[in-house]
Design a protein around this ligand. Structure first.
Ligand code: G6P
Length: 468
């Protein structure tokens, strides 16, 4: 059996005796890819050490081997907190003004990619298929090629890819465009992302279109295609159905009594539009005073990337907003916003989604957004809830039946909340059903299979081109 080698910044190593961990979207997706392959998962150990080993630590679990490296404090600061999350992340999410580029961060990013490539090259076998994930590792293929690696290498970008007028403001943009073309296959979430990257390569790197999504860049062929990521529908549905017995879910529902629940679940990140959403909820209560006391909004927002100043600033902003709104509107017997920064396990979230009449998923920009998909999958056919979804989330392309909103427009969001709360069951069902069916068809297995089928074809293509 051919080996699949996955590379990502974060690696979710399961506990001994377990085949996989239940964790966030990327981990679930990667584990799905391993269901058809034996393989290796390579990346950062999650540890920072003063003297990191050059050789990865190897851990064996069932059919997957894990190979992880520590980062030095300088690597962590420059590669992860610096270039990846202070320069690339904001630019990829169209927030040019929030971007902060430094040359030393960029050289740290290049250095870690080189270190990863050197360590990984030694572990690769000639038949391996290599699949790299996300913006931390854009130059990895180019570094691997420099180490003499000739295997098919694919890349999947989990976040948005902006147009050239945004992307090219990044001082390292030319380097990154050159480097990304060293992948055989580049997967993006949506068709507009594909257009943005392809046009940029054609207009600024003199790439030649070859048809069918393939481009010739500097004498190398690369293919760019969209692969919208899905979720583990069967697993999530089962968790939602069983969640009634979960203590947190039971207690939350008991606390609600007859009140209707609005729910938001996001990492604390400015791309998610949490303060803007709170303002919309505030506006909703201002224009629907009869609903005060009847509706509760639970926002679950685990802290994220706290060492990056823009995230620390956001955390303060959200705390202040929750305090202001609850102080102004609340009553001793009613708190409009329940804000929680704890991370809950997926089965608890599944139960809370099912209990919520409205799912609020209103990012300012998002590659896909799996919470929107999970919310739909968690609903029951008897009494489905309503999804209010930002039109700037990649998921909106597959979820046109949701109440689509512009997250920059608090009035429109407040109106959508009202419409969702008053929507009759017939209409809720008519909107939910086609989305639910699409989530089942276009699940994580469909996503991984499509990508791997395409990546496999490069093995055949390479072989045939070397014999002609
Ligand atoms: C997004 C990215 C992932 C990342 C995750 C959590 O979903 O696409 O690559 O792992 O956020 O962020 P963190 O910085 O904690 O890894």
């Amino acid at each position: 059996m051919a080996r699949l080698v996955i590379v990502s910044n974060r690696v979710a190593i399961p506990a001994e005796g377990k085949a996989s961990v239940s964790a966030g979207g990327l981990a679930v997706a990667v584990n799905e890819a391993f269901s058809a392959y034996e393989g290796l998962w390579f990346g950062w150990s999650g540890e920072i050490s003063d003297n990191p080993d050059a050789e990865p630590k190897l851990i064996d679990r069932e059919r997957v081997q894990y190979a992880v490296l520590d980062l030095s404090p300088q690597d962590y600061k420059e590669y992860y907190a610096g270039f990846a999350n202070r320069a690339l992340w904001p630019i990829m999410h169209y927030r040019v003004g929030l971007g902060s580029y430094s040359r030393s961060d960029y050289s740290g990013y290049q250095r870690v990619n080189r270190t990863f490539a050197r360590a990984l090259a030694k572990l690769l076998e000639p038949d391996d298929l290599v699949w790299v994930h996300d913006y931390h590792l854009i130059p990895l293929a180019s570094e691997l090629r420099g180490q003499g690696v000739d295997n098919p290498i694919g890349y999947f970008h989990h976040i948005p890819w902006p147009g050239a007028d945004v992307f090219n403001t990044l001082p390292a943009s030319g380097d990154l465009l050159r480097a990304i073309a060293d992948y055989d296959l580049i997967g993006l979430q949506t068709e507009p992302d594909v257009q943005n990257l392809s046009r940029n390569l054609i207009d600024h790197m003199r790439a030649i279109p070859l048809g069918g999504g393939s481009l010739m860049v500097d004498g190398r062929r690369t293919k760019i295609r969209s692969f919208p990521i899905g979720i583990d529908v069967a697993g999530f549905k089962e968790a939602a159905e069983k969640a009634g017995s979960n203590k947190v879910v039971r207690e939350t529902m008991a606390g609600l009594r007859t009140r209707k629940l609005l729910i938001g679940v996001d990492r604390l990140d400015y791309s998610k539009g949490v303060p803007e959403r709170m303002e919309a909820v505030d506006r909703f209560f201002a224009s629907n005073p009869d609903q005060r006391g009847n509706v509760v909004y639970i926002q679950i927002t685990p802290k994220s990337r706290s060492e990056v100043p823009e995230y620390e600033q956001l955390s303060r902003e959200v705390n202040e907003k929750v305090g202001d709104i609850n102080g102004m509107l609340g009553e001793p017997a009613w708190t409009p916003i329940q804000y929680v920064t704890k991370a809950y396990p997926r089965p608890v979230l599944a139960g809370l989604y099912r209990a919520a009449r409205v799912g609020l998923v209103t990012p300012m920009r998002d590659g896909m957004n799996l919470v929107a998909k999970e919310y739909i999958v968690a609903q029951s056919e008897e009494d489905p809830g309503v999804l209010v979804l930002s039109k700037f989330a990649g998921a909106a392309r597959q979820m046109q039946e949701a109440l689509l909103v512009n997250p920059y427009d608090r009035f429109e969001m407040s109106e959508a909340i009202r419409e969702a709360l008053y929507m009759p069951r017939d209409e809720r069902l008519a909107r939910w059903k086609p989305m639910s069916e699409r989530m089942i068809r276009e699940d994580v297995d469909w996503w991984a299979r499509n990508f791997m089928t395409e990546l496999e074809s490069f093995r055949i293509l390479d072989r045939s081109s070397s014999t002609t």
